[in-house]
Write a protein that binds this ligand. Structure first.
Ligand code: MRU
Length: 341
């Protein structure tokens, strides 16, 4: 198991507050924010200051502890109200709901309603969720690295590294583990329109870690595959339905289609907390829609006419038939893709 501690920590407990990296400022500035107001952290999740499914779950659990300590009320009704408020931050990543339900479950049936005792329990549970995520990332890295050979080219999408989790990451965790094993890889990072998590975050994070990374625009993936530069596509997930359909950053589905066409394995790397047994198929997954200005006026530069109609789903669903396998913390699970003989 990788013993490496990442230099980059997306979120940390500091006393009775949390310190997070404001990811909207990267790569230009590395800005940390220390927050002890739960509404501000919910706002930070909505604005994608902290993002990536596992990191959202961890942040949500800490937020519930902060909320109870802030409102000084640990009654089940209040805990439930606060939990619902936090759950409303973003709809797609199941880790948010999983973490809040898990944390709530440790206090909701308690006799003790003293808010200090309830908050203490919530802090403990949030730290456990954080620590378990760190360990799950390390195991995903180990299982995933067995699929990759020295000299391989890997294409990835969005950001799935230390910035998106409590540890070394999921898809990027596989890449870090390969590096630790001495495998030399060529990594291609999709820019990931419209919010550029690939360009701003993955390219930056991999550069910080000394990984050989090349940034490409999203629409270049097909050419790269045709040129034989990509041996594996590895992506993360925001929610995996019971039948294996996988919601992840918009553009993932297209990559899966391309990978299938070119006979390139397509892997989804995700911890147990991203598997949603309660959702039967991808059709039931709620897909977040983002504001038009993220496309028409991205990063403060107008690139489309005023008044234009925009459609901006933040995620898409890749059907399980296009997934070669899932790299999880408990091992490799087969996907539904039939490989050509
Ligand atoms: O909108 P974001 O940046 O939160 O989207 C993140 C992704 O889609 C990631 O690929 C996913 O959460 C997995 S992170 C390990």
């Amino acid at each position: 198991m990788s013993k490496r501690e990442m230099k980059i920590k997306s979120i940390e407990r500091v006393g009775n507050s949390v310190r997070l990296i404001d990811q909207t400022k990267l790569p230009k500035e590395l800005v940390y924010r220390t927050l002890d107001d739960y509404r501000e952290i919910v706002g930070a999740i909505k604005r994608l200051e902290i993002r990536g499914a596992p990191a959202i779950g961890i942040a949500a659990a800490y937020t519930l502890a902060i909320a109870v300590q802030q409102v000084r009320d640990g009654s089940p009704t209040t805990v439930k109200r606060l939990a619902d408020e936090i759950k409303a931050a973003r709809p797609t990543a199941v880790n948010l709901f999983w973490a809040i339900d898990r944390a709530t479950g440790t206090v909701i049936s308690e006799e003790v309603w003293d808010y200090r005792a309830v908050a203490d329990r919530l802090w403990d549970e949030a730290e456990r969720i954080h620590d378990e995520d760190r360990q799950m990332c390390a195991r995903i890295g180990q299982f995933g690295a067995d699929l990759i050979q020295d000299g391989n080219g890997i294409l990835t999408h969005c950001n799935t590294g230390a910035l998106a989790t409590g540890g070394i990451g999921t898809a990027l965790g596989v890449i870090y583990t390969c590096r630790d094993q001495g495998k030399r890889l060529r990594v291609y990072a999709d820019e990931t329109r419209p919010l550029l998590q690939g360009a701003r975050l993955t390219a930056w994070e991999l550069q910080q870690e000394g990984i050989d990374v090349t940034l490409i625009c999203d629409n270049m993936a097909a050419v790269l595959m045709r040129q034989g530069k990509v041996n594996h596509v590895i992506v993360g997930a925001d929610r995996i339905a019971r039948n294996g359909d996988t919601a992840n950053k918009i553009g993932t589905y297209g990559l899966a289609v391309l990978a299938n066409h070119h006979g390139i394995p397509f892997y989804v790397a995700a911890p147990t907390s991203t598997f949603d047994e309660a959702t039967a198929t991808g059709r039931q997954i709620v897909i977040e829609e983002r504001g038009a200005e993220e496309i028409t006026n991205g990063f403060g530069k107008r690139t489309a006419p005023e008044g234009i109609r925009v459609y901006s789903p933040a995620f898409d669903v890749t059907p399980h038939e296009l997934i070669s396998c899932y790299i999880t913390d408990s091992g490799i699970r087969p996907g539904g893709r039939q490989e050509a003989q």
